[in-house]
Design a protein around this ligand. Structure first.
Ligand code: FAD
Ligand code: FES
Length: 263
């Protein structure tokens, strides 16, 4: 059940160009958060309502003492405000929100495909489901300077392959090239992906063709984040036909075929 709470910033550290990991103190409201769910962070300064809207972020990891973190890329006013927070400052959070990834009980071998700031929810999934399945991560970035996360997967004992568009780190090309290679060479029972829309569409097409069940987490631009404003709707195929569903409420995780059909 989502609640609003205030906790303390513990640390901020750069993880890639313009990307920071913000570590915040434990709060019981996030003890049961599921991978793929998100939090809505108030970015206005105390006493101000500007910017009015909270900003959505996925959890990145949880530490042994219960502290948790997000990784964010600075792209505008809200993330600039987050980057100004210092250890000891308050951070005002609403969460956990939305519906997260589903762990299919019989699935034993899972592929995680992340692009850019779509990587955080997959690291959180890997940490949460560690020991329940064999996992491998495929991470895509525009260039080496924007890449992060593979050492955190390695620390969980999960191999991560990296692709960059310009070849400055790992495979030269898209993360979907790595995905096709994996699906050609190995048996995988489930695919979990988060990243930009074109990447998600390509992942969905490849997964449907290979017959591998695939869940996608959408990071749409949001308004209220709690189901009231309808600014985040997505056409979703249901038994009753196509319905517009709210990414913040019915998502952000959907089955690939619900959104993109069968390839
Ligand atoms: C469920 C969910 C989880 C997310 N998790 C993360 C995360 O873990 N790390 C992270 O860095 N970001 C994440 N995002 C995206 C993040 O919420 C936005 O980058 C942030 O709200 C931008 O706020 P801003 O005020 O800095 O930028 P704004 O001033 O609001 O916008 C700056 C520019 O970025 C564009 N923009 C804003 N939001 C988005 C978006 N969601 N998608 C594409 N373009 C956008 C705007 O159109 C504008 O061009 C997530 C989004 C959702 C919905
Ligand atoms: S962001 Fe307002 S309904 Fe989803």
């Amino acid at each position: 059940m989502a609640e609003t709470f205030v906790t303390a910033v513990v640390a901020q550290r750069p993880v890639a160009a313009g990307h920071y990991e913000l570590i915040a103190a434990h709060h019981p409201a996030l003890d049961a958060v599921q991978p793929g769910q998100f939090i809505n962070v108030r970015v206005a300064r105390p006493g101000s309502w500007d910017p009015l809207l909270r900003r959505p972020f996925s959890l990145y990891r949880r530490f042994a003492n219960g502290d948790w973190s997000i990784v964010y890329r600075v792209v505008g006013r809200g993330t600039e405000a987050l980057a100004r927070l210092r250890p000891g400052d308050d951070i005002d959070v609403l969460g956990p929100l939305g519906r997260g990834f589903v762990k299919v009980p019989e699935a034993r071998r899972l592929l995680l495909v992340g692009g850019g700031v779509g990587v955080p929810p997959l690291l959180f999934l890997a940490q949460t489901w560690q020991g329940q399945a064999e996992m491998k991560a495929l991470l895509g970035f525009a260039e080496a300077g924007l890449a992060f996360g593979w050492t955190e997967f390695a620390a969980l004992g999960i191999e991560a392959e990296v692709a960059t568009d310009d070849g400055s780190l790992g495979h030269r090309g898209f993360v979907t090239d790595l995905l096709e290679n994996q699906l050609n060479r190995n048996e995988w029972d489930g695919l979990y992906a988060c990243g930009p829309r074109p990447m998600l569409e390509a992942v969905a097409r490849i997964a449907c063709r290979a017959g591998v069940p695939c869940q996608l987490a959408f990071e749409e631009a949001m308004g209220c984040g709690v189901g009231a404003c309808l600014s985040c709707v997505l056409p979703v195929r249901t038994e009753g036909g196509v319905q517009y569903q709210r990414v913040c409420r019915e998502g952000p995780v959907f089955w690939a075929e619900e959104v993109y059909g069968h390839g």
